[in-house]
Ligand binder design. Structure first.
Ligand SMILES: Nc1nc2c([nH]c(=O)n2[C@H]2C[C@H](O)[C@@H](COP(=O)(O)OP(=O)(O)OP(=O)(O)O)O2)c(=O)[nH]1
Length: 126
């Protein structure tokens, strides 16, 4: 099973950041909470900080654990671990996504989220 971390980034208005997976990647065009695969000998928190720096060039604070979602894709099963977080430094520059949006909690269900992310929405409860 592959461990993947994702962050529910919130801004000062309580909006949540979602990002659209890049053309050509697996799950192309699906919206996700940014993050990525946890590397060996890495804590989920450090993994998230590293991924978000690499993908968006921002520094984040990782907050409380939101929950996990285990999902069986055809190519394998992933365990998606979600944490809350905030931006502490920088402006978003997209380096690994096609688009991003700050959305209200209630708007999340209007987006085509990666299947593994769907159960997380219920766990966010802002
Ligand atoms: N980052 C992220 N990946 C997700 C989410 N939901 C979900 O099913 N995934 C899947 C897509 C991929 O199969 C896997 C993580 O892949 P990734 O492409 O984001 O990871 P990465 O940046 O570490 O990897 P890579 O592109 O360098 O291969 O988890 C999500 O909310 N965020």
């Amino acid at each position: 099973m592959l461990d993947v971390v994702a962050v529910i980034l919130e801004n000062e208005f309580g909006d949540i950041l979602i990002a659209k997976r890049k053309k050509g990647k697996e799950l192309e065009g699906y919206w996700e909470f940014p993050g990525g695969k946890v590397e060996k000998n890495e804590t989920p928190e450090n993994s998230l900080k590293r991924e978000i720096k690499e993908e968006m060039n921002i520094d984040i604070r990782v907050g409380s654990f939101v929950g996990e979602s285990i999902y069986k894709y055809e190519r394998g099963t992933i365990k998606l671990l979600a944490y809350k977080g905030n931006i502490i430094r920088g402006e978003i520059t997209l380096l690994d996504h096609d688009e991003y949006r700050w959305v209200k909690y209630k708007e999340l269900k209007l987006y085509k989220l990666a299947p593994a992310d769907v159960p997380l929405v219920e766990l966010i409860k802002i």
